[in-house]
Design a protein around this ligand. Sequence first.
Ligand code: HEC
Ligand code: HEC
Length: 367
Amino acid sequence: MSNSRIPKAALAAALAAVVTTAWGANPGASLGRPANPAEIKAWNIDVRPDFRGLPQGQGTVAEGTKLWEAKCASCHGDFADSNSVYPPLVGGFQATKQEMKTGIVTQLATSSNVNGTSLERLSTLSTLFDYIHRAMPWNAPDTLSWNDTYALVDYLLNLANIVPSNYVLTRQNVQQVQDILPNRNDMTWNQGMWPGGKQVLKSGKVLGNGGIPDTHNTECMKDCAPKPAVASSIPAYAMNTWGNLQDQMRPWGPVRGQLTLTAEELKKDRQAKQAAAPSGADAKVVSLLKAHGCIACHSMGDTKLVGPGYAEVAKKYAGKKDMVAELTKRIIHGGSGTWGSIPMPPQSISEGDATMIATWLVDGAKQ
Ligand code: HEC
Ligand code: HEC
């Protein structure tokens, strides 16, 4: 019997069983199954330095300009040089002819602007494709097509004076651009951390030094200095310059952002939020979705994050009261195949809460 014939419900139940089994109890080798090609494809999204993983595609600077204005300029500035809140991507300084020739932007080490901006620092063009396609726009990651990504990379390369404004970037010429990237030779490989010891690549580049990672300290055992406490803080005058940082946190990833409001401002903020908050049963569901971390993968609107936006789901099941039980089950046990190849993992949520959410969905997902 082929794996694909195992009924989905049985699979979901088996997954749920794994999750509820205590660690260490070893549920046994009989559970689970190998990932299928569609699942592997959904996760295997990286673009490597040799451009493995970069699909065919192409884009022009003109297309990139339009996309940039629509999807990126609001945070990074019209010419990608804004450094007010989000990182500037170009314009730190212009790489010199000599630097372009050697592939090492020496200004990075000597200039007072030591960080430069992304395009001067970049050693592997693949990173730009990989990062933009996977993570940008920040508020709607994983929404750009590959052609969009080619166009945006072409736009940024043109802004950094690496390619002319009529340059068409394609899968076939990315390596040529890599070969003229200003800082292409400035990545250090000479560390013991590269696996497998010293390796000489086909390109002649040497990976690793065959040694151990470059830490040499031994732990102090007696008469030790007190452990330093490393901390950072925002000076009082700059506290609320960009609004309350705590409100700008994403619900997943490393925590960033702290409460930057004064007690007085916080009080006003709470009052304003209370006045604007939806009331009643719908509000209860919205707070359930937040409390259970559902919004890490689902937006409240139409935008697909990892899973479909709740407005989308509501449209599909509008008025279908007979789907409430089934959706409740899918929320608890997870599921796959209805919205694409990425599966939804089982959720630890009570049947009561899941039913409430399912009912809210078929009733139109009002907020
Ligand atoms: C809502 C604000 C926002 C929008 C819109 C946005 N970005 Fe970003 N961008 C960010 C933030 C924040 C970071 C830094 C993220 C981090 O460090 O985790 C970032 C980082 C980047 C970086 C990496 C910079 C570096 O050197 O590390 C690139 C490249 C980038 N964005 C490109 C784009 C492109 C292309 C678009 C449009 C498709 C876009 N961004 C839209 C906020 C945004
Ligand atoms: C790790 C990401 C993730 C989390 C967390 C998550 N979901 Fe999902 N969800 C998905 C994905 C992916 C799908 C699409 C599955 C498919 O195609 O069948 C989905 C689908 C759904 C659907 C549509 C089911 C269908 O068959 O049409 C509902 C309803 C849903 N999720 C509710 C929830 C609720 C409620 C929570 C929180 C308790 C939650 N999800 C948490 C990723 C997630």
